[in-house]
Ligand binder design. Structure first.
Ligand SMILES: Cc1cc2nc3c(=O)[nH]c(=O)nc-3n(C[C@H](O)[C@H](O)[C@H](O)COP(=O)(O)OP(=O)(O)OC[C@H]3O[C@@H](n4cnc5c(N)ncnc54)[C@H](O)[C@@H]3O)c2cc1C
Length: 569
C-alpha cells in the first residue's frame, strides 16, 4: 500500500513538472531559418478559405503588381469551414437570427448589433456584384440564391418578444419588408414543412423577410481563386503548410513552409502576412510571437447537421427558419431548418448540433487545443470555463446525444420528419475566441470575429467565426484600414469606392441610399427587391419584386473542389 502511495505521489509530481514545462515552453524559436531569397514578396496569405481569397481579391484590384503567395495545407481551397457543406450558408443579415436582438431588462429590443450585421451584408452584396460585373464571379445562382429568412417561435412570451422585435426592426430601411404573423395558415404558406402535423392548439408566430439569401461560400472562394490565378503575380501553393513565422530586424517576416508532397521546407520573406487559417489562426498567431497574441485563447466547437436530400422534401422548403435557443444555451446552438443549394441541388439542413472535439480544423490534430494553452492564457481559459458553466453543460449534453434525441429536436421544427429521411453530416470546426482585455485584464468568451494586428501593421490574423463568411468583404475592408493606413490615405479609398459604392456611408440612415445600392446589387445578383419609402416605419410593406431574370453570362471555369466526404452522403 505504502509502495502504491509513493508511486501515486511520484506520478502526480511528474505530471505537474511536465505540465509546467509544457505551459512555459517557448511558443516560437528565437531564430527562424534564413529565407531562400533576399527578395521579399509583398504579401503572404496563410490559408485558402474565403477570408484570404477575399483579401487577395481586394489587393489585386488595388495593387495588381504586388507579389502575393497563398499557402494552403490541403489539396484545394475552401475545403474547411468555407466549403458549402461545412457551414449553414446563411447570408447573415440579422433578418431572422434572434440572438442578435436581445430583449433588454426594460422590455425593449436592442437592435444595434442586428443593424450593424445587416449593414455589413449589404457591403458583401456590393463586393460580390462588383466581382460578377468584372467577370471574377460567374452566374450568381451558382453562389447566391433568394431564400426568405424566417424567425419562428411558440409560447406567449416568445410570441410577444417576436412582435416587439418586428416592430423595432421594420422601421429601419434595411429591415423594411419584413412581415409578422400569428396566423397558422399564413405561416404554413411560408413554410409548409414547419406547420404540417403541428398541434393546431399550439400558439405560434413568425416573421418572414423575402430579401434573405442562401450563399455557397465555397463556390465564391473557388471562383475568386481561379480569377486571382490569371494574374502572374499571384501564386497558389496547395499542400503547403506554414510551420514557422519569424520577424526580421527590418520588420519583414520569414515564413517557413513545408511542401507536404515532397516534405521539403522553404522560407519565404514577406512584407506583410495575413493569417486566414480559420480555426488554426490562433496557433499561427501564437507562433508569430507578437505581444498581442498573449491576449488570446480558443475553444473549438464542431457542428453537425441533419441533411435531407430527397427532392420530395427539399423541393418543398425554400426558406431558412431560425428558432430561439433554449435559455442559457450559447448562440451557436440556435436551431434552424435551412433551404440550401449544394452541388447544384436543393438540400434541407437542420441543426446545428455541437460536436465536441479538441481539433481546431476539421482536418486538424487532436492536440490543437492542448498545444494552444500556455502560461499567458491558461488562467483566463479556466476562468472563462468557470463563468460559462451553461456552455460547458450544453457541450457535455450534446456529446451524449443519440439519433433519437436529434429526431426529438427536429420534430419541434419539422413535425412530420421521419428518421429514415435524414443523414447526420459533420460540418466545420469553429474556434470561439477567449480574449483578455489588455486595459482591464478581464477575460471573456467572444462570439464574434476579431482582427488582431501587430503595432507595426506587418501581420494580421482573423480569429472567430461569427457572423463569419457572410461578412468577409466588410471584415477585410476593416482589416485593410487597420493594416494599411498609409495606402488607404494614398489612394486606396477612392478605388474601394468603385468596388463598394457605399464605402464610408451607412445605408440604414437613408432610404434613398438603401434603394440605390440594393437595386443595383439585386439586379446584378438576381435577387428580389423592395423599394423602401422615406417613412419606412409607417408604411405597410409591399410584396418583393421577383428576382431579376438571369442574363446570359460567360461562366467562370473552376475546378470541382467540393468536399468529397460530404458528396458521399
Ligand atoms: C457549423 C458552421 C456553420 C456556419 N454557418 C455559417 C453561416 O451560415 N453563414 C456564415 O456566414 N458563416 C457561417 N459559418 C462561419 C464560416 O464558415 C467561417 O467564418 C468562414 O468560412 C471562415 O473562413 P476562413 O477563410 O477564415 O477559414 P476556412 O474556410 O476554415 O479556411 C482556412 C484555411 O486555412 C488552412 N490552413 C490552416 N492552417 C494552415 C497552415 N498552417 N498552412 C496553410 N494552410 C492552413 C485550412 O486548411 C483552411 O483551408 C459557419 C461555420 C461553421 C463551422
Amino acid at each position: 500500500m505504502k509502495k502504491f502511495l509513493k508511486f501515486l505521489l511520484g506520478a502526480v509530481l511528474l505530471l505537474l513538472v511536465v505540465g509546467v514545462v509544457f505551459l512555459f515552453w517557448p511558443i516560437k524559436n528565437a531564430a527562424g531559418p534564413k529565407p531562400d531569397s533576399d527578395q521579399s514578396v509583398d504579401v503572404v496569405l496563410v490559408g485558402g478559405g474565403i477570408m484570404s481569397v477575399t483579401l487577395a481579391t481586394y489587393l489585386q484590384e488595388l495593387e495588381p503588381d504586388w507579389n502575393v503567395q497563398l499557402f494552403e495545407r490541403l489539396d484545394g481551397v475552401a475545403l474547411e469551414s468555407s466549403n458549402g457543406w461545412n457551414n449553414a450558408g446563411t447570408g447573415h443579415s440579422a433578418f431572422a437570427e434572434l440572438n442578435y436582438t436581445p430583449e433588454l431588462p426594460d422590455g425593449s429590443i436592442e437592435t444595434k448589433r442586428a443593424v450593424g450585421i445587416a449593414e455589413q451584408f449589404e457591403v458583401s452584396r456590393e463586393f460580390w456584384s462588383h466581382q460578377v460585373r468584372e467577370g471574377r464571379l460567374g452566374t450568381p445562382s451558382d453562389f447566391i440564391n433568394p431564400t426568405p429568412h424566417m424567425s419562428f417561435v411558440w409560447g406567449d412570451d416568445r410570441i410577444e418578444y417576436l412582435r416587439k422585435r418586428h416592430d423595432a426592426l421594420v422601421k429601419n430601411p434595411l429591415f423594411y419588408g419584413m412581415q409578422y404573423s400569428t396566423d397558422p395558415a399564413q405561416i404554413k404558406a411560408w413554410a409548409p414543412l414547419v406547420m404540417e402535423g403541428r398541434d393546431p392548439a399550439q400558439k405560434v408566430a413568425a416573421t418572414y423577410m423575402p430579401l434573405g439569401t442562401d450563399v455557397n461560400f465555397g463556390v465564391i472562394t473557388n471562383q475568386l481563386t481561379a480569377a486571382l490565378q490569371k494574374n502572374p503575380h499571384f501564386h497558389l501553393n496547395l499542400q503547403n503548410e506554414v510551420q514557422g513565422l519569424h520577424q526580421n530586424q527590418d520588420k519583414t517576416w520569414n515564413v517557413t513552409v513545408r511542401d507536404l508532397k515532397s516534405d521539403q521546407l522553404r522560407t519565404v520573406r514577406s512584407r506583410f502576412v495575413f493569417i486566414g487559417a480559420g480555426g488554426a489562426a490562433l496557433k499561427l498567431l501564437q507562433m508569430s510571437g507578437i505581444p498581442e497574441a498573449k491576449n488570446y485563447a480558443g475553444f473549438p466547437v464542431g457542428g453537425q447537421f441533419l441533411a435531407f436530400q430527397a427532392p420530395a422534401i427539399a423541393g418543398r422548403h425554400d426558406v431558412k427558419v431560425y428558432g430561439m435557443a433554449d435559455t442559457g444555451s450559447p448562440p451557436m446552438s440556435v436551431p434552424h431548418i435551412d433551404a440550401r443549394k449544394l452541388d447544384g441541388k436543393p438540400v434541407v439542413l437542420f441543426g446545428p448540433f455541437a460536436l465536441y472535439s479538441t481539433k481546431f480544423l476539421k482536418a486538424g490534430s487532436q492536440w490543437d487545443l492542448y498545444s494552444s494553452v500556455n502560461q499567458h492564457n491558461v488562467g483566463g481559459m479556466l476562468k472563462v470555463g468557470e463563468e460559462n458553466l451553461d456552455l460547458v453543460k450544453y457541450l457535455l449534453q450534446q456529446a451524449e446525444l443519440t439519433d433519437a434525441d436529434r429526431q426529438a429536436e427536429l420534430v419541434k421544427y419539422y413535425p412530420n420528419a421521419k428518421r429514415e429521411d435524414w443523414k447526420l453530416v459533420t460540418a466545420g470546426q469553429r474556434v470561439q475566441v477567449i480574449k483578455r482585455d489588455p486595459a482591464t485584464g478581464k477575460t471573456s468568451l467572444q462570439f464574434g470575429t476579431e482582427i488582431v494586428t501587430d503595432q507595426d501593421d506587418t501581420i494580421a490574423a482573423l480569429l472567430g467565426a461569427s457572423p463569419g463568411a457572410s461578412t468577409s468583404p466588410p471584415i477585410m475592408l476593416k482589416l485593410m484600414a487597420q493594416a494599411f493606413p498609409k495606402q488607404m490615405e494614398a489612394g486606396w479609398k477612392q478605388k474601394l469606392e468603385q468596388i463598394v459604392p457605399s464605402y464610408g456611408q451607412e445605408l440604414n440612415k437613408s432610404a434613398a441610399l438603401t434603394n440605390r445600392i440594393r437595386r443595383m446589387t439585386s439586379e446584378t445578383l438576381h435577387l428580389p427587391y423592395i423599394e423602401v419609402p422615406d417613412n419606412a416605419g409607417l408604411q405597410p410593406a409591399p410584396a418583393a419584386e421577383p428576382a431579376v431574370q438571369p442574363q446570359p453570362e460567360v461562366p467562370v471555369k473552376t475546378e470541382d473542389k467540393t468536399n468529397k466526404a460530404m458528396q458521399a452522403l
